[in-house]
Each structure stands twice: as structure tokens, then as C-alpha cells.
Design a protein around this ligand. Structure first.
Ligand code: CTP
Length: 489
């Protein structure tokens, strides 16, 4: 097997020249080779050399362009530079053994074979020779090429050793199985199930990198099913594994909310690549374990699960060290509102319900609709068609109502300042009451989102509250337009 043609690039030719002159063995190794065989694009290249990776990086960079900036990671013995938007990382071939209580390796230099053996999976241990006499030839001591053909994730040595060296590799195995739709070899699978608790030495941030990669894969359920089955999910994410299970009472069963959530996630993955929308799909029913009830004469209910779920989101994000910023608020909002479009499609779709939904959903309205369409997991084809059709009607209504009333990011047509001026009030509750009454009248479709209509509505409402108008509409407008420039100064 020869890849000379695929790696016919200035960088690789330069490495080849230099290492052949130095009489050093050098190879491309790892993800780049795997992706080349798989025909997938790759943005980083790992170069392994028998000798110093740092020295080689310096020599290669200097020869390519003296202005290239090389970054050094001295404690790992690696160096890296970027060339034509691709990152090249250089490392000396090594034997490695790990300290049981941390991921930090004890490094010793070694041969290319030592280096291949210490790698995580056979498909990541493939190396392409860069030396002139064998340029482009593949070195594959563990049948990684065959494993790619078979679609198999297998460790080069006893998986117990590979995973014990670095337990993060258990998650990497699951992540690669998900991204590539590969199967994890039986021994490796068993070793993962046995070593779940070793994940305690892995930082949450590294775990999240893998979780997010699983979520962003074409079919994320593959990974979550393995996480569940190996026991990892219960260890790192019990709120999700708690959703698994079907209970039967009086011959009535509820659906398995864990597998349902995964189906929704897969559906959504076909519609959107947005990581946080995918998190929302994963978590949309997370409140169901805590709200499950059996009501005699009715059956199973999960009443209020969306609100309970939304309240659980900050705690989950905090524990998983996910960002506690707008992303978290976004997921929380989607989880909390995910039943609203469902109610809309089940009922006759009234303008009022649509307006209220637009008001509460704001900018997230599109994403909520997408989540709800993904939430249709019925096996009954007619039902699915009916719901999809109803969602089409809802989307159309959302569009018409929004064009007419601009409810999304609603700005009240009459401000508190206007009310204060018109009635010469000092700040008091009645101002809020008037604003709320105007907002509700617009959302309920009693009037349009229009200044003049809102003014008239205010006059009537305030009169009923016993308030006396002190300034006319014209006076208020004029007073405000005079105040503005001063405010702006
Ligand atoms: N590697 C390893 N054990 C790890 C991480 C990485 O043995 N815990 C080795 C593998 O040979 C891997 C290479 O280092 O191919 C590069 O790692 P990395 O860049 O993290 O992964 P890639 O395989 O390149 O894949 P991806 O870019 O999709 O993460």
C-alpha cells in the first residue's frame, strides 16, 4: 500500500529531505492517516520521528519559511507550526507508561513500533513512511487498515492496558464508534464496562470534548446507547440514564423516555448541526423521571416535566462544567417551552395562542419549532403526517402574526415614561398594570401592536382605574421628543 501520491506536498517532501539527510526515521501517524484511508478531510497532521520532534520542527519550519512561528510544548517534547492553514505537530517516537493516578505519561524515547503500540486504537496507529527510500509506504503492525475495512475499534495491546494508561480513551472509543459508525471490539467493550470508575481521573472538560463530538456526529444515539450500556452514562450523567425504563400498571405502559430522547436527538441531528440545539433535544424530557405519576382512570402522566426539566438544566450544566452563559439559558428556554408548539398542533390553532408563543419564545421560535418537529417519534405514519401538517400551519400562522404584530422581541407601544407623563404619576404599581393590560390586549388580538390603538386602550383602562389624563397625546409626544436630545447629550 503506497500513499506517495496523496502526500505529495511541499511540507512532506521537506520533512523527507531533512530526515533522510539526518538519517532519522519519520512518519505521518494517527488521525491524518486514518482519515486519508477513510477519505475524510483532516486539519492536523502528526509527525513522529525517531529522535527529537522539537529539533525536526525547527529545521522543517526554517526550510519552508523562516518566518513561520513554531510553538513548543517542552514538557511533552512536542512542537507545532501552522502552514497553509494546516497544523503540523512533531513528536519524538516514544515508549510510554502512565502513572495510575493521572493521565501524565512518563516518557521515554523509543522506536516507531514502540510509538505505534502505545497509541489508542489500531486505526489511529497507522503510519506513513516519509523517508526517501520508502516515501508513502504504510506501516501497519496491528492491522489497522483491515479494522478500517471491517469498521472496528480495537486497541493495539490488551485493552485493559490501553485504557488503564489513559481512561479518556474509553470515551474516545465510543466517540469514534459514533462518528464513523464503527463497532467496538468485544474485548475493548468489556474493558470499558469494567473500568468506568477510572474516568474519575479525567477532567470534566476533556469528557465534554468527547460528549460534544458524540452529540455532533451524524447519528448521536449510537454513542449514547454505548455510554448507557457500558455504565458510563450512569456514572457521568445519571439524570439521563434515569430516564431509561418502561413501567406497566393496569396494563398501561409509558414509553421509554431515554430511548425516546435519543430518537428525538437523531431526528434533530438530521435537521440541524447546532450543538446547543442538540443538547436541548437530549435534555428536552429530562424532567420526566421526577414527574412520572400514574393517575387512576387516566394512566401515566409527566405533568409539568418541561418546567422541572428547565429547572434541572443549570444544575446539570454546572456539574458537567458546561458554559453557564447564554448557551445554558438557551437550552433552559428550549426545554421549558418544548411543549408549547405541541399543544398548538394538537388544538385548533388560534391567533392568540400563536401570539403568546411568539412572545415567550422570542428569537428561539424557529429552533423550538425544529425541536418539536424532531419530537414526533410516532410509528403511526398517519399521525406523523397529521402533526407535520399541523406544524406547517403553525409555521404559516407564526409568519402572518409576526408580520402583522411584531410580537417577537416585543417592544410595548406605550412606555412607562409615556404613562407617567400623561397622568403626571410618580412611579407606582398602576403604571405596570397599564403596561400589562396593553401587552395582554395585543397578545389576545384585541388590538394591533400600534401606538394610536394602544393610546386609546390606555385612556379607557386608566379611566376605569380612576386616573385623570393630564396631557394630550400630542403633548406627550412633543415632551418626549424634547427630552430625548437632552438625554442623549
Ligand atoms: N492518541 C492516543 N491516545 C489519546 C489521544 C490520542 O493514543 N488519548 C493518539 C492517536 O494515535 C491519535 C493521535 O494521538 O490518532 C492524535 O490524537 P488527536 O489529535 O486527539 O485525535 P485524532 O485521532 O487526530 O482525531 P480527532 O482529530 O478526530 O480528535
Amino acid at each position: 500500500m503506497n500513499f506517495a501520491h496523496d502526500i505529495d506536498k511541499k511540507v512532506f517532501r521537506t520533512i523527507s529531505e531533512i530526515t533522510t539527510t539526518n538519517q532519522q526515521k519519520a512518519y505521518i501517524i494517527g488521525g491524518f492517516v486514518r482519515d486519508l484511508v477513510l477519505g475524510r478531510p483532516s486539519k492536523d497532521v502528526d509527525i513522529v520521528v525517531e529522535g527529537s520532534g522539537i529539533k525536526l520542527a525547527d529545521q522543517v519550519a526554517k526550510s519552508l519559511n523562516p518566518n513561520i512561528k513554531v510553538s513548543y510544548f517542552k514538557s511533552y517534547g512536542t512542537a507545532m507550526f501552522k502552514y497553509k492553514n494546516i497544523e503540523y505537530e512533531f513528536v519524538g517516537a516514544r515508549k510510554e507508561s502512565y502513572n495510575r493516578d493521572s493521565r501524565n505519561p512518563i516518557v521515554e524515547s523509543g522506536t516507531i513500533q514502540d510509538d505505534q503500540l502505545r497509541r489508542d486504537f489500531t486505526i489511529n496507529a497507522l503510519a506513513i513512511n516519509l523517508n526517501k527510500d520508502a516515501f508513502g509506504e504504510i506501516t501497519d503492525p496491528f492491522d489497522g487498515f483491515l479494522d478500517i475495512e471491517k469498521g472496528l475499534i480495537r486497541t493495539p495491546q490488551d485493552p485493559q492496558v490501553t485504557f488503564s494508561d489513559d481512561p479518556l480513551r474509553m470515551l474516545r472509543a465510543i466517540r469514534f464508534a459514533t462518528q464513523l459508525n464503527f463497532r467496538i471490539d468485544d474485548d475493548a467493550y468489556a474493558a470499558i464496562s469494567k473500568n468506568v470508575e477510572r474516568l474519575k481521573i479525567i477532567t470534566q472538560e476533556r469528557i465534554n470534548v468527547e460528549l460534544n463530538k458524540i452529540l455532533l456526529a451524524p447519528k448521536p444515539s449510537i454513542g449514547f446507547k454505548i455510554l448507557y450500556d457500558t455504565g458510563i452514562l450512569a456514572y457521568i450523567f445519571p439524570e439521563l440514564s434515569d430516564l431509561q425504563g418502561v413501567e406497566i400498571k393496569n396494563e398501561m405502559a409509558h414509553k421509554d423516555n431515554f430511548f425516546h430522547s435519543l430518537r428525538v436527538l437523531d431526528n434533530l441531528a438530521e435537521m440541524s448541526d447546532d450543538l446547543w440545539l442538540r443538547w436541548s433535544a437530549l435534555l428536552h424530557d429530562v424532567g420526566k423521571a421526577r414527574t412520572k405519576r400514574f393517575l387512576d382512570g387516566h394512566g401515566w402522566t409527566f405533568h409539568g416535566h418541561e418546567f422541572v426539566g428547565a429547572r434541572m438544566v443549570p444544575g446539570i450544566f454546572k456539574r458537567l462544567k458546561l458554559p453557564l452563559n447564554q448557551k445554558m439559558k438557551y437550552v433552559q428556554k428550549l426545554v421549558g417551552l418544548h411543549m408549547r408548539p405541541i399543544i398548538l398542533v394538537e388544538d385548533v390553532v388560534t391567533d392568540t395562542a400563536v401570539r403568546r408563543f411568539l412572545f415567550d419564545a422570542g428569537d428561539e421560535v424557529e429552533d423550538l419549532m425544529t425541536l418539536c418537529e424532531a419530537d414526533i417519534t410516532s410509528k403511526n405514519h398517519e399521525k406523523v403526517q397529521k402533526y407535520l401538517n399541523n406544524y406547517k400551519i403553525v409555521r404559516q400562522k407564526l409568519k402572518t402574526v409576526e408580520e402583522k404584530d411584531r410580537i417577537r422581541n416585543f417592544q410595548p407601544p406605550i412606555t412607562g415614561e409615556m404613562i407617567i407623563m400623561a397622568y403626571e404619576l410618580s412611579p407606582s404599581k398602576v403604571i405596570g398594570d397599564i403596561k400589562k393590560a396593553i401587552k395582554n390586549a395585543i397578545l389576545d388580538g384585541e388590538m394591533s401592536n400600534d401606538f394610536d390603538e394602544a393610546w386609546d386602550f390606555m385612556l379607557e383602562f386608566a379611566q376605569n382605574q380612576g386616573l385623570k389624563l393630564k396631557k394630550t397625546k400630542k403633548e406627550v409626544i412633543e415632551a418626549l421628543s424634547q427630552v430625548k436630545p437632552e438625554d442623549d447629550r
